[in-house]
Ligand binder design. Structure first.
Ligand code: SF4
Ligand code: SF4
Length: 108
């Protein structure tokens, strides 16, 4: 059986937090609950450049209900920078090899 995940190309993340808001709204999450959170990686840690990194949490279920309807996950659909892609892990891994600064996220 195929497993699914999110391929995160954080090179293009501008830290706008729209993915966080989209996830909260679609899942009607309470204020203290996050499905994804955007982290700031300071130049001191990254080696010179300020990066933003959208990090899914254990509350993320990959938008199972939306996927069942043929829709994209809310965070993927609303990110104007195209940072995240939903798909089969085997296919996402292939794409990872073509692009540096990508992270594959798979829910448990
Ligand atoms: S992943 Fe997309 S929506 Fe989320 S902060 Fe980055 S650019 Fe914005
Ligand atoms: S895939 Fe769905 S549940 Fe997971 S972070 Fe994105 S919007 Fe939230």
């Amino acid at each position: 059986m195929s497993r699914y995940g999110l391929l995160i190309d954080y090179d293009f993340c501008i830290g706008c937090h729209v993915c966080e808001v989209a996830c909260k709204q679609k899942h009607r999450r309470p204020a203290e609950e996050w499905g994804i959170q955007v982290m700031e990686v300071s130049p001191e840690i990254s080696g010179g450049k300020l990066y933003y990194f959208p990090f899914p949490t254990d509350h993320c279920n990959l938008c199972g209900k939306r996927i069942a309807k043929g829709l994209q996950p809310a965070c993927v659909k609303n990110c104007q920078a195209g940072v995240m892609r939903f798909g089969k892990i085997v296919e996402l891994v292939e794409d990872m090899q073509k692009k540096p600064r990508t992270v594959l996220w798979v829910p448990h």
